[in-house]
Design a protein around this ligand. Structure first.
Ligand SMILES: [Zn+2]
Length: 231
């Protein structure tokens, strides 16, 4: 069952490791099959090297129970499930502890949109969530991490795919996309724009991107009037 999705999610996890934004077993990628309501995710604590589609774990999105696979799913599974339940537009999710995005998360700052690289993928700042409360951390922590991401996306009032990622305060980024591969792409772009923003703010803390440049670049690639790339 779900052989194509298991392969896609395995490939996406290997792509994430190859991108250099994660080390050891940090980070995890999932993908969802909306028709069957099943999510495929990386197993917990298994090294990327030698990982195959058979190592992937299938979890029922409604019940949260494992339906296939020999390993335990990633410990962040409840966060992924919460996001898939809240946002039907999302087809894949990537979580990392990439250094520059984590730096913004630990500083409690949004990653500001300061240039066109950012604007090509994120129609505005990448939001930083609030800190989780003691009760939220001591309770169902991973599920509450999902809740705080959902709360942040909804509070900013933006379409979930227009800003395809959030940084969780004191923790790190969760990025998403229409499928697993696109979520990895967005996680790597998110890390890169975080590094660019950090260096920019170091050179000039007053740096800004005018809205009309943000809009022009975002809508060049997204929406009905997009014209970037090949037809
Ligand atoms: Zn984490």
């Amino acid at each position: 069952m779900l052989d194509a999705l298991k392969k896609a999610v395995c490939d996406a996890n290997l792509e994430l490791a190859a991108s250099g934004v994660v080390i050891y077993t940090w980070g995890n990628v999932s993908g969802i099959d909306r028709d069957s309501g099943q999510m495929v995710i990386k197993p917990s604590g298994i090294p990327y090297q030698g990982m195959t589609p058979d190592d992937m774990v299938v979890v029922d999105v409604e019940t949260g129970r494992r339906t296939e696979g020999k390993w335990k799913p990633s410990s962040d599974t409840p966060t992924h499930l919460a996001l898939y339940r809240a946002f039907p537009e999302i087809g894949g999710i990537t979580h990392t502890h990439s250094v520059h995005a984590v730096a913004f998360a630990q500083a409690g700052m949004d990653i500001p949109a300061l240039g066109t690289t950012h604007a090509d993928y994120f129609h505005g700042p990448v939001p930083c969530t609030r800190s989780l409360s003691r009760e939220e951390v001591e309770g169902p922590y991973e599920e509450n991490t999902g809740r705080v991401i959902i709360e942040t996306v909804q509070a900013r009032g933006q379409e979930v795919l227009a800003v395809p990622g959030v940084i969780v305060r004191n923790h790190g980024p969760f990025a998403w996309g229409c499928d697993a591969a696109e979520s990895v792409y967005h996680a790597v772009v998110l890390e890169t724009v975080a590094e660019m923003a950090w260096k920019t703010l170091w050179l000039n803390p007053e740096s800004q991107l005018p809205d009309y440049i943000l809009d022009r670049h975002y809508f060049r690639k997204h929406g009905a009037n997009a014209y970037y790339g090949q037809k």
